[in-house]
Design a protein around this ligand. Structure first.
Ligand code: HEM
Length: 973
């Protein structure tokens, strides 16, 4: 169905074209289909879940944006935009062109179309995928006091409870409003980020869901749809998680004795060799970065423990010729799984049957069948460094000589300019500590510590202190100048540089470091993970706007704001459009300027009077939007971040003051685990680890690519017969314990098309018989072996999330003939499913299913946080702090000499952090554009994935052999 409102967006697309000032000729061949597309108008945002976009466009739209290939591949279940013009590398450009050119040319249409498709997905995700588990869902569905649910902004469930120390300060039993000291900085336990919802995002709030509550915990068979979907085939250990791990996740080794289950060889010999499938354009720093992030965002564990009860973890049964059988001894020996492994069960917060309510003639659950708690703050507040409760804060050591700083100590006499900045001290025996952490660096979140965690914690501790030093330097130069900081208790009093106390400066530095981290993640890590032009645009739009250099486009968006947003009676629509509108100016700083009569999307304009006031809670809080559902990460988000396959078994160690092209030793990651990480860091130095992890590629997220050491991880705290655990198998068990829907329903719930058989995983854009496709076919054969097939029954309806293309209900036969044998595709665990998605957009290190989860949640963690929106102001960050975040440091914006992928780019924020704190990396980093791209890789032309050394790294052995990049782009275009 079409409707005129979308014509605004259409005319915007043409407006952009008209204003681009390009000389590229308009494509006459595409004109006809584009005209037809334009005549049809833009699709309307679906009224209900069954009418969703699903990433699929009409044939005319596909042809206009991607020519014949985009039309041809519409039959695949995967999103169409991946096949648009210019959405891949240079080969995806329209023949005869080498630049994107105008918005009306083919390439421009491809990119604009892809960005619009992504925005549609976001709008619908916001509309259909928010399910809060903390007791607000009923109001979200029914509304309150004539206000529609998605427009609600305050919830009783987000009030501080009586026992909270700030209960009285926020108003106690009366209306609660955070004020005074409580709103100055990021509070330790995450309270008072939202002034009127003090508890939102705080530690120990429930994980939310992005899928309907009824679709959670399919193993429990709580409703007919789940029973129809899975029969009696599912259980906590069904199919067997260790068998899944060993058959589907194990990295094949050409020289098992040289890998030694990830233990390498004596003396860290360079002859050690653990084969792994490598991602072409992401380095090991990127793998540890995301682990570092997850430790900030979420955790199910408490101080490194799960619940007190133990459970078996499989290695008991497998399917043979489609029949479940006990594992024979010899099969156990061949698979190398361990029947005697045991693990502590996951914590569950609530497992009583949820209440039910009725709305619009339907019964709804008020929460999922069981809930769990996020034991850290959900905010992007660097809580892994600074703490999230009293115990974790006690592990954070401040410098006694200047308590604004974190304690760092000199270690040894290694050369290197950054060495004098020091390293984190070790945990004290008196610190709150799980015994296995003994000997590690002192930091708030010490679990699963490795040299990767040590690296980032040390780096950002140095960055914290670098900011404090710069602030102190400024204070010495201009002691009486206004620092920008204000205390809400006396907001009219100017706080000069000389007045800023050590505790205040510590908290300002925390704000700055957290914002820098968020910026690195959004504008540097994510575009390298999703290495193509549409995602470059989309991720940068999240931070500082889609049309940074295009004023006309920003004006067009402002027009859309005025005409679509903010009319209270149309609250539902407002919530949908908000994300589109925000992509014009960007989310960072939304609402941090208030101009008379203008919306929060107005462009910053120094000539206008800024009315923002610290005295007005609606200014301080005014930029946030929770879309009617309090912010916390959903359980599904944790699941798609189980990225253990990224970790190699062996780290290729190099040194800066020797030849960086020489691998000196191969250090098992295991030899850098827990306290050994700290020793390895101190012994070898942060600069050498940066070089080593910066140059090495991380593991592809695909089947049969999990680190051997994680399948055999020693966890002595368990005190079991083996003291070991297979973390890859545990990933599957935990998702089952927490009720993550299985892969196909997961996709349907998130607004993606379902798969009908295991064959749908194969990338059908590849030539038949090609080596890549043959390997994919082999792996999907293994999926069939593990998960099996069943005789289908078309009378069994299996989902309420989507309909078939012809409007009928989706049944157990998935379109195949009633009574035929169909793959048990519905049973595939979500982690297994996204690892099996061989069909991906160009440059994607993750699958499109994972991206779908990120689109929603990556936006929400910015939209909901006032410190990234309306409180991104000097009153909180200081003038220096704001400048530091905006310009990547104290010395103003720095632009790279060469551009990248047709863009002029700033020296990236992580590169600036590295150069500031480990200056000995200067020569190595000079040619690097994105710190997560393998440092010695020649980035080549437009989004190339080539594995080719930069000129000074030709002797680097990492470039011997495997120049393989996917041939998909060649196949498409
Ligand atoms: C040396 C490397 C690593 C080790 C030793 C390690 C170890 C573990 C272990 C033992 C667990 C299970 C906790 C439990 O449920 O009882 C776990 C969970 C997890 N790991 Fe890793 N991991 C490593 C790297 C990574 C990386 C690179 C990522 C990437 C994002 C990652 C993401 C996760 C996630 C999302 C969970 C679930 C956490 C939760 O349930 O709250 N890990 N890891």
């Amino acid at each position: 169905m079409r409707r005129p409102i979308c014509a605004c967006v259409l005319s915007l697309a043409f407006l952009l074209g008209a204003c681009a000032g390009t000389t590229e000729r308009v494509d006459p061949q595409g004109d006809l289909t584009c005209a037809k597309m334009a005549a049809a108008g833009f699709r309307r945002v679906a009224e209900d879940r069954t009418g969703r976009f699903l990433g699929k466009v009409e044939p005319d739209t596909a042809r206009c944006r991607g020519g014949d290939n985009a039309v041809r591949f519409r039959v695949l279940p995967y999103v169409d935009w991946a096949n648009y013009w210019a959405a891949g590398d240079a080969r995806s450009m329209s023949p005869g062109s080498a630049v994107i050119g105008s918005h009306l040319g083919r390439n421009g249409r491809g990119i604009d179309g892809a960005v619009l498709d992504l925005e549609y997905q976001r709008i619908e995700l916001i509309k259909f995928n928010l399910f809060d588990n903390d007791g607000t869902y009923k109001e979200y569905t029914t509304g309150r006091d004539s206000v529609a649910g998605p427009a609600l902004k305050i919830w009783d469930a987000m009030r501080l409870p009586k026992e909270h120390p700030s209960y009285d300060a926020v108003g106690g039993n009366a209306e609660q409003l955070c004020r005074g000291e409580l709103i100055r900085f990021r509070n330790l336990d995450g309270t008072c980020n939202d002034l009127r919802n003090p508890l939102m995002g705080a530690a120990n709030q429930s994980f939310a869901r992005n899928v309907s509550f009824e679709s959670t915990f399919p193993d429990l068979g709580k409703n007919l749809l789940a029973q129809n979907r899975h029969g009696d085939r599912l259980g906590l250990l069904k199919p067997d998680p260790q068998v899944i791990s060993r058959k589907l996740f194990t990295r094949a080794q050409s020289h098992p004795e040289r890998c030694n289950e990830g233990n390498g060889l004596p003396g860290y010999s360079v002859d050690a060799d653990c084969d792994y499938k490598k991602a072409p354009a992401l380095n090991v720093l990127a793998a540890f970065w995301i682990q570092f992030m997850t430790h900030d965002w979420f955790s199910h564990l408490e101080e490194g423990h799960n619940g007190p009860e133990m459970m078996a973890v499989g290695c008991a049964r497998q399917r043979v010729d489609n029949v479940e059988m006990p594992l024979a001894e010899e099969t156990i020996a061949t698979l190398r799984c361990r029947p005697d492994d045991r693990m502590d069960k996951a914590y569950i917060a609530q497992d009583a049957d949820p209440q039910v309510f009725e709305a619009r003639g339907k019964q709804h659950l008020t929460r999922a069948y069981k809930t769990t708690r996020n034991t850290v703050t959900a905010w992007w507040d660097a809580s892994q460094i600074y703490g999230y409760d009293q115990s974790s804060r006690r592990r954070v050591k401040r410098d006694a000589t200047d308590s604004a700083k974190l304690l760092l100590e000199r270690v040894g006499e290694r050369p290197g300019l950054g060495e004098k900045r020091g390293y984190l001290p070790l945990l004290d025996a008196s610190d709150p500590m799980n015994p296995q952490w003994y000997g590690q660096e002192a930091t708030a979140f010490p679990d699963n510590w490795s040299v990767g965690m040590s690296f980032y914690h040390n780096l950002f501790a140095r960055e914290h202190n670098a900011f404090v030093d710069a602030f102190r330097k400024q204070a010495a130069l201009t002691p009486d100048a206004d620092s920008g900081l204000r205390n809400p208790v006396q907001s009219d009093v100017t706080i000069r540089y000389r007045d800023v106390g050590a505790d205040e400066l510590f908290e300002v530095a925390r704000l700055v470091v957290a914002a820098e981290i968020a910026k690195i993640h959004t504008t540097e890590w994510t575009p390298q993970l999703l290495y193509d032009e549409p995602l470059y645009k989309a991720t940068n739009a999240n931070w500082d706007g889609l049309f940074r250099e295009e004023d006309v486009a920003a004006a067009a968006l402002a027009h859309i704001v005025a005409s679509n947003f903010g009319t209270p009676k149309d609250a539902r629509k407002a919530a949908q459009w908000y994300s589109v509108l925000a992509s014009g100016p960007g989310i960072l700083g939304l609402g941090s300027r208030v101009y008379a009569g203008e919306s929060i999307f107005a462009k910053h304009d120094a000539s206008k009077t800024d009315l923002w006031s610290l005295k007005n809670p609606d200014d301080v809080n005014g930029g946030v939007n929770h879309f009617g559902s309090p912010f916390n990460f959903p359980e599904e988000f944790v699941s798609v971040y189980r990225l253990h396959a990224m970790v190699p078994d062996l780290l290729e160690y190099r040194e800066l003051d020797k030849d960086p092209n020489v691998v000196l030793s191969k250090v098992p990651v295991l030899e850098t685990f827990r306290a050994k990480a700290t020793q390895a860091m101190r012994l070898r130095g942060i600069g050498n680890w940066a070089l080593s992890m910066g140059r090495q590629r991380l593991g592809l997220l695909t089947l049969q690519n999990h680190p051997q050491f994680l399948q055999n991880l020693s966890l002595p705290r368990l005190k079991t017969a083996t003291n070991k655990i297979d973390v890859a198998a545990l990933d599957i068990i935990r998702d089952r314990e927490r009720g993550v829907p299985r892969f196909n329903e997961f996709r349907r719930q998130y607004g993606l098309k379902q798969l009908r058989s295991f064959d749908d995983f194969v990338d059908h854009r590849l030539e038949k018989g090609s080596a890549e496709r043959t390997e994919q076919e082999r792996l999907t054969g293994l999926l069939r072996e593990v998960y099996g097939a069943h005789r289908c029954d078309a009378s069994k309806i299996i989902t309420a999330a989507q309909l078939n293309d012809d409007g009928t209900r989706i049944d157990d036969c998935l379109g195949f003939t009633d009574g035929s044998m169909v793959d048990n595709i519905e049973d595939v665990d979500t982690v297994v499913g996204w690892l099996s998605e061989f069909t991906r957009p160009h440059g994607f290190a993750i699958s499109e299913t994972q991206l779908q989860v990120f689109i929603l949640n990556a936006s929400r963690r910015l939209f909901s946080d006032r410190f990234f929106t309306s409180s991104f102001r000097p009153e909180f960050y200081t003038h220096l702090g704001l400048q530091w975040v905006s310009e990547n440091g104290p010395d103003g914006k720095v632009i790279e000499r060469g551009g990248s992928n047709d863009h002029k780019v700033e020296v990236s924020p992580l590169k600036r952090v590295l150069l500031r704190n480990i200056p000995e990396l200067r020569a190595e980093l000079d040619p690097v554009i994105n710190a997560f791209d393998p440092w010695a890789r020649d980035r080549g032309a437009y989004y190339s994935l080539q594995w080719k050394p930069r000129p000074d790294a030709r002797s680097d052995p990492a470039f011997n052999g495997s120049p393989k990049a996917s041939s998909v782009d060649r196949a498409i275009h």
